[in-house]
Design a protein around this ligand. Structure first.
Ligand SMILES: Cc1cc2nc3c(=O)[nH]c(=O)nc-3n(C[C@H](O)[C@H](O)[C@H](O)COP(=O)(O)OP(=O)(O)OC[C@H]3O[C@@H](n4cnc5c(N)ncnc54)[C@H](O)[C@@H]3O)c2cc1C
Length: 408
């Protein structure tokens, strides 16, 4: 294993060109010191690692592979621009992911409204195969000679007496101590490392997603996603891949009907919808599957960065999936986080302030738009789900609770 002393000026740690061969993870590592360790290999982590590697910094990107189920997500057309800026070859997006050409919505009225992306200056979006999308981004990180460790968890961040951080990277049953000057928390909604560096997660609501995968049918050729509001939440459905369609019900944890985790109860609820049921008709749950839950609340970290660490993606600001902006914002914040670290390494003292300001503005704009959209649904204005989101204060800050307080 090669090591280099931690430079105290703007120089980077020595760069290591050897490729990762086969064998146990610890034997394959090029070094145990990096300019940055990025924890989390989703879009935010990959964007941060790419930005730093392209700036000539030494980077370890470690992904635990433990993320929430990522099915049926769509990527908005504007992502084209960010991916281009990150140097990702977007041709493979078109090759490996189904185009999303329109969104259908029954929101504020029982009638279906169609928005075609043909009017969007960036073209169509995509129904993502999320694991394939994450692999595409991580391949781009590798192509810029950064180290990528799969199924590797970053734990125990602690300030190093010589400056920077020491973390433990656990993979293949081994725990490897690693030193870095900057730590990027891109671990998703749990913000696993930033919360250990003293930051607090603020939750703004109790939104939960309960999803079920159905077998495919003829209408899946259309390539549109659909949103339909309901008295206590809203439904979403999209063709996921040629093999199935995803249906998701979003509601607050305290408003979820008992037994929603059981397929029968779930299908009964689904049958009561007007448009989502039409697309689900004639399909059955994929063999061996049942409704699965995942956290979908709005959240923000405070602060977003500190000396030697920075949070990006859902770890920093997490949006209601209704916005369809989660992946775009993860890419954007990852890019900005990488730029802020590189600027700090070049001696720009206020780079972190600029980062916090940009993300703060993004979050405020999201919160404004979120309220306006919910005000647009008048039919159930007196129901708690809609009341909470229409009030000028929004659903309000909730005391920090684990992401697991979901309905049974
Ligand atoms: C139900 C639902 C539907 C959604 N639909 C959409 C949609 O249609 N369009 C959209 O744009 N967004 C959507 N989103 C939001 C989107 O999924 C997220 O915003 C996006 O994945 C955030 O990316 P990220 O990189 O911050 O985190 P993640 O994608 O969550 O990645 C975090 C990664 O960190 C890893 N990790 C965790 N802890 C550690 C650790 N200690 N060490 C190393 N690695 C670690 C995990 O394994 C994971 O791979 C949806 C979200 C939900 C809940």
């Amino acid at each position: 294993m090669t090591t280099a002393a931690a430079p105290t000026d703007g120089r980077t740690f020595r760069r290591y060109d050897a490729g990762l061969g086969d064998g146990p993870y610890a034997d394959r590592c090029r070094t145990d010191q990096y300019d940055a360790v990025v924890a989390g290999g989703g879009p935010a982590g990959a964007a941060a690692a790419l930005t730093l590697a392209r700036a000539g910094r030494t980077v370890l990107l470690a992904d635990a592979g433990s993320g929430p189920p990522k099915t049926g997500e769509s990527l908005v057309p504007a992502a084209r621009l960010l991916l281009h800026d990150l140097g990702v070859d977007i041709r493979s997006l078109d090759a490996d992911h189904r185009p999303c050409r329109a969104t259908l919505s029954a929101w504020g009225s029982p009638h279906l409204h169609r928005t075609d992306f043909i009017t969007d200056p960036y073209g169509h979006g995509w129904h993502l195969d999320r694991p394939a999308f994450d692999r595409l981004l991580r391949a781009a990180v590798r192509a810029h000679r950064a180290e990528v460790a799969e199924r590797a968890t970053v734990t125990h961040p602690a300030p190093h007496h010589g400056g920077g951080w020491q973390v433990t990277v656990c993979a293949d049953g081994t725990a490897r101590p690693v030193r870095c000057r900057w730590l990027v928390d891109a671990t998703g909604r749990r913000a696993a490392l930033a919360t250990r560096c003293g930051a607090r997660r603020h939750r703004y609501d109790r939104l939960v997603a309960v999803h079920l995968r159905l077998t495919a049918g003829p209408a899946d050729t259309e390539g549109a996603s659909l949103v339909e509001s309901a008295p206590d939440g809203w439904w979403y459905t999209a063709p996921h891949n040629p093999a199935h369609r995803l249906v998701t019900y979003f509601t607050d944890t305290d408003l979820a009907p008992p037994g929603l985790g059981h397929t029968r109860t779930y299908l009964d609820r689904l049958a009561a919808t007007r448009h989502t049921a039409r697309l689900a008709i004639g399909r059955s749950p994929l063999a061996g599957t049942a409704p699965r839950r995942s956290a979908a609340h709005t959240a923000r970290l405070e602060p977003l960065a500190g000396e030697g660490w920075i949070a990006a993606g859902d770890a920093a600001i997490a949006f209601d999936p209704l916005s369809s902006q989660g992946i775009l914002t993860a890419l954007y914040s990852g890019l900005c986080a990488g730029q802020a670290i590189d600027a700090r390494l070049r001696g720009e003292a206020d780079a972190l302030d600029g980062y916090a300001e940009r993300l703060g503005e993004t979050f405020d704009a999201y919160r404004y738009g979120h309220r306006q959209i919910h005000i647009g649904e008048e039919r159930w204005r007196s129901r708690p789900f809609w009341q909470r989101r229409r009030s000028p204060e929004g659903p309000g800050l909730l005391a920090h609770r684990g992401a697991n307080d979901l309905p049974r």
